[in-house]
Design a protein around this ligand. Structure first.
Ligand SMILES: Cc1ncc(COP(=O)(O)O)c(C=O)c1O
Length: 431
């Protein structure tokens, strides 16, 4: 019977007894990894999965998505994707290396976006992850130091590994530390996020660029959390600061404000062909599909044509941040649409998540390896589609639950109090 070859049947034979024959025990090196995970789940998370709170209900205020401009149901973008599917089907199943340079839908879309961002050339990757990994792996090798901000995205570190390069950590947003590291290790790649994904902090891009230019380094700015949301036309921070012709590479995930499944890299003249021929993900993983491209093209237009979305997002961020800071929430030096509530150890962060969910506010937990082990946090992402009532509900709830979430015991609050006390002690000594 054909049915007996159904995929779910074959998948089960890997892990379960088949026809009474016990599965071979896993080799120790795999078993140890599985056991370590189960142990973490049991001891740190009380047997639950840390990321999974309760199922959401209709009335919840869900602040987990990176759809900052609230475009995921935008009619123009959906229609563009549907039309592309109807016209082109699923497209060609092949690597982007076979795309003709300078011609075709993908190449012209890449150039149009690059032009709008003030860059000489652009290239699309299958995801932000593939873009960062492929870029670093294409431009660095084992002799190249790659300076990565402590809070830089994991894909930057993965690029360092993939390149076999030397990763050099840099204290978060610490320009002087960067310069000391560059003086010590020499010219290389400086990799930063324009807006940091767990705190909403801005990178001092111009200061980093000055160091890159003075010490013969290349600057890579990941604009995943600022493309679409920042700049008068959503062109991102590098372009809106007038630095597009000086910053060597801008990368971005298009799975955030552009609600797609792709990554973007903009850079120097003739970079596109080089990247498509050198980056492992570009060569060995298949290319974007016609409906991905149609969705990106439509989103790019909507992002430019509807500035009210950015304006609303920034107004909401400003109001919520000011109110929460005033109420004693330490917001980790962030200023933008991402709110990081750093609680501390994982069990405590789960408690806070559960309290917020009980009040209908749903955020995402970030824990190791996305954060240091004892600094897990809850991320709330604000978006342009929040109504005034929802904004007030968020703020009122966070104000109301300060005791219930044991705010004074959070690692971020204790750190803040310690540094305030240290500043006061210095002042007393100086007086
Ligand atoms: C700063 C940053 N860069 C890159 C990525 C990876 O993007 P993608 O999800 O498109 O692979 C992310 C996603 O979390 C991100 O936050």
């Amino acid at each position: 019977m054909l049915d007996s070859f159904a995929p779910h049947d074959t998948a089960q034979t890997d892990t379960r007894d088949t026809a009474g024959i016990p599965a071979r025990p896993l080799p120790g090196f795999v078993q140890r990894r599985l056991d370590a995970y189960q142990e973490r789940k049991r001891t740190n998370w009380g047997g639950r999965h840390i990321m999974h709170g309760r199922a959401t209900v209709a009335d919840d205020l869900v602040l987990t998505s990176n759809d900052y401009l609230s475009l995921q149901r935008h009619r123009t973008i959906l229609d563009a994707e549907i039309d592309a599917l109807n016209t082109h089907g699923k497209g060609a199943m092949m690597s982007a290396i076979f795309l003709q340079d300078g011609t075709g839908t993908q190449r012209s879309l890449e150039q149009r976006i690059a032009d709008d961002l003030g860059a000489a050339s652009g290239v699309l990757a299958q995801s932000g992850w593939c873009g960062n990994v492929g870029l670093i792996q294409s431009i660095a090798d084992e002799r190249t130091p790659v300076y990565v901000d402590h809070l830089g995205h994991a894909s930057l570190w993965e690029g360092v590994k993939s390149a076999g390069a030397k990763g050099v950590p840099v204290h978060h947003n610490d320009v002087e530390h960067l310069e000391r590291q560059v003086l010590r290790y020499g010219p290389g790649v400086i990799a930063v996020d324009a807006v940091y994904s767990t705190t909403g902090a801005l990178c001092p891009i111009a200061d980093y660029l000055a160091i890159a230019e003075a010490h013969d380094c290349v600057l890579l700015v990941d604009e995943s959390h600022s493309l679409g949301t920042h700049g008068p036309n959503g062109e991102g921070l590098v372009a809106s600061l007038g630095l597009a012709h000086r910053v060597d590479f801008v990368t971005a995930s298009l799975a955030k404000a552009y609600v797609g499944r792709a990554g973007l890299i903009t850079g120097r003249e003739r970079f596109t062909e080089f990247f498509a021929s050198e980056s492992m993900p570009a060569i060995f993983s298949s290319t974007l599909l016609p409906h991905d491209l149609a969705g990106i093209a439509a989103a790019h237009k909507v992002v430019r044509d509807e500035p009210w979305r950015r304006e609303r997002l920034h107004a909401i961020s400003k109001h919520v941040r000011a109110t929460l800071l005033e109420a004693g929430y330490p917001l980790l030096n962030g200023t933008e649409q991402i709110l990081g509530l750093e609680v501390g150890i994982e069990a405590d962060t789960m408690h806070v998540r559960d309290v917020l969910e009980a009040h209908g506010i749903v955020g995402s937990i970030f824990c190791a390896p996305a954060t240091p082990a004892k600094r897990s946090l809850i991320r709330l992402t604000l978006h342009a589609g929040m109504t005034a009532t929802q904004v007030e509900r968020l703020v009122a709830t966070l104000l109301k639950v300060r005791t219930e979430v044991r705010l004074s015991e959070w690692s971020s609050v204790r750190r803040q109090s310690r540094s305030t006390r240290a500043v006061e002690a210095d002042r007393t000594l100086a007086a």
